[in-house]
Design a protein around this ligand. Sequence first.
Ligand SMILES: [Zn+2]
Length: 193
Amino acid sequence: MEPAEVSSLKSILGIARIVALVFMIIFLLAGLASLGVALAFAAVGFGGLGLVFAILPILFFVINLIIWMQVGEIRRMVDAGRYQEAKSKSLIWMILGFILGGLIIGILLLIAYLKFDPVINWQRQQQAGGQPPAQGGWVAPPPAAPPMAPPMAPVAATAPPAPAAGTCPRCGKPATWVAQYNRWYCYGCQQYV
Ligand SMILES: [Zn+2]
């Protein structure tokens, strides 16, 4: 059902999430280790210096936590088919990823960002192609008898009032030729054109 681009987009977002998670764990461990060092420094009277080293990994832990949550949000948007929204969000977090989250997350989100366009095009085609249901499950068939057939008007004389390859002049949708009545019928307007 969904094209390969959508599944590869989801995998890339999944990988970006895992990378952010790995960074989170690394920075958390580094933060805890630095905290230990900070306590050791404090014990010998250099508390302030140790604290500076502890703050940085904890800060990066928080940044990666936020990226991890945001990428999860982008994935939910993709799952819901809100590709345009997900694309804009990816752009923001790609830039922030490059600046704050390290090169890997930035590159992964860049790849994801570039994959949105084919996916969005595919979605547009799906929507455009899905509009006229040719089988006509929801559209009424042409009425058994034409609503009003003026007897004085010979059908052949006025037969093709819409000669533009069977297009409805009211709504512009393609009309259907009903050979039985020798007229064009528009399923959109549900009347003869
Ligand atoms: Zn029409």
